[in-house]
Design a protein. Structure first.
Length: 394
């Protein structure tokens, strides 16, 4: 079951929104609705699921509806119609006590502007949400200290906010959200106010924290590079409508329309496309027991000059070349082990093409894509890296 499910969500601003909603459902545009009724469209029939432990990024230009959307998720803004289901419970229309419990226990929010209390210390700011929940002093202090250590601010617990840089203050805001142990983090343009270098550091910090904490994060941004860097999936909005949802690679390779194409036209594909997108299935492989004659036969059939060797569990053992195999057969050798090359380049499936380029340049053999158990998943040749950068890997 999805952690967060949004179904047919609408937000209409202005007088008599329900009546205006009927025009929207009949297909009236944002401009036509404003002219006819004076109402504005914040969200127009948005539906999506967010899986547990996923970073789901919502992006779009100013006025696209992304900030309205995230504020509807904890009902800081009341939706006009639709469902917001959190852990199987629809919070649209629920009573105040249920909503308060959801806000205190399940959802935490990190804003663009740090919103720290200037008269409270860093640790007191972090512990504020726990204080509201009625958590005893010593316990909330302990949790605040742990959260500050997690975001790299150990030693600053007793500092005042004005003694911290902008990036450090945003870390305090993130720590405050983490300290509540909420499963879901809503992050509204959380890094937009930071300088580019600090912003990049915070993006890396968020990715590192997510590796450890496995939170469900809904992240709002207008920056495509940021979305592509941190998002497991991305939803692109225009005038309140979600026009496409997909992984970074799906957005780059299969833009839904001209609007999305315009967004991605200047993206450096080498930073986004990964090894898994350009690797080929390792169909031509041999096992140690197959012997050299089988290896030569498969290489000749496939028209290749080298072949990977695996065990019965497809764990990568090495590679043999056609020249070495033929030379060994002339000498009467039949065992693959005798000419097995064990020192070869391997990579993980999530490695970007940017990081693969220097490997592809220096290696004499195809690059082996392996998982954490060193199981062979795929094979990458140099031309595949270049094709991936150019968008021709398909």
């Amino acid at each position: 079951m999805s952690k967060v499910k949004v179904k047919n969500l609408y937000k209409i601003y202005g007088q008599r929104p329900k009546k205006a909603l009927t025009f929207v459902k009949e297909g009236m545009s944002k401009e036509e609705l404003l002219k006819k009724t004076g109402n504005g469209i914040g969200i127009n029939d948005a539906s999506f699921d967010v899986e547990e432990g996923e970073i789901f990024v919502v992006m779009g230009l100013s006025g696209s509806g992304k900030s309205t959307l995230i504020r509807c998720l904890n009902r800081l803004i009341e939706p006009t119609e639709g469902e917001i289901i959190i852990d199987g419970q629809n919070i649209v229309g629920c009573d105040e006590s249920v909503l308060l419990e959801v806000r205190r226990k399940k959802i935490a929010m990190v804003f663009q502007h740090f919103a720290l209390f200037p008269h409270r210390t860093v640790s007191e700011n972090v512990a504020y949400g726990l204080e509201v929940q009625g958590v005893p002093f010593e316990k909330r202090k302990q949790k605040a200290y742990l959260a500050l250590e997690l975001v790299g601010l150990k030693g600053y617990e007793d500092s005042m906010p004005d003694a911290l840089s902008g990036g450090m203050q945003q870390r305090v805001g993130l720590a405050r959200a983490l300290a509540t142990d909420a499963d879901i983090l809503l992050m509204d343009e959380a890094f937009s106010a930071l300088d580019p270098l600090i912003r990049a550091e915070m993006q890396d910090e968020l990715i590192a924290i997510q590796e450890r904490m496995k939170k469900t994060i809904i992240f709002i941004t207008h920056d495509l590079d940021e979305a592509l860097k941190i998002g497991d999936r991305i939803a692109i909005m225009k005038e309140g409508v979600i026009v496409q949802i997909g992984t970074p690679e799906e957005i780059l390779d299969q833009p839904a329309n001209d609007y999305v194409k315009a967004f991605i036209k200047d993206v450096n594909r080498a930073k986004i496309v990964t090894a898994s997108a350009v690797m080929k299935r390792p169909d031509a492989i041999v096992t140690r027991k197959d012997g050299l004659r089988m290896a030569v036969r498969k290489m000749e059939e496939e028209g290749i000059s080298s072949i990977f060797v695996v065990d019965k569990l497809r764990t990568l053992l090495g590679i043999v070349t056609i020249d070495d195999a033929i030379e060994a057969l002339k000498k009467g050798e039949t065992e693959i082990e005798k000419i097995l090359i064990k020192e070869l380049e391997t990579t993980a499936p999530e490695t970007s093409l940017m990081d693969l380029m220097p490997i592809a340049i220096r290696t004499k053999y195809p690059i082996a894509v392996v998982d954490d158990s060193h199981k062979l998943l795929g094979i990458i040749v140099r031309v595949s890296v270049l094709a991936g950068i150019l968008g021709e890997e398909a």
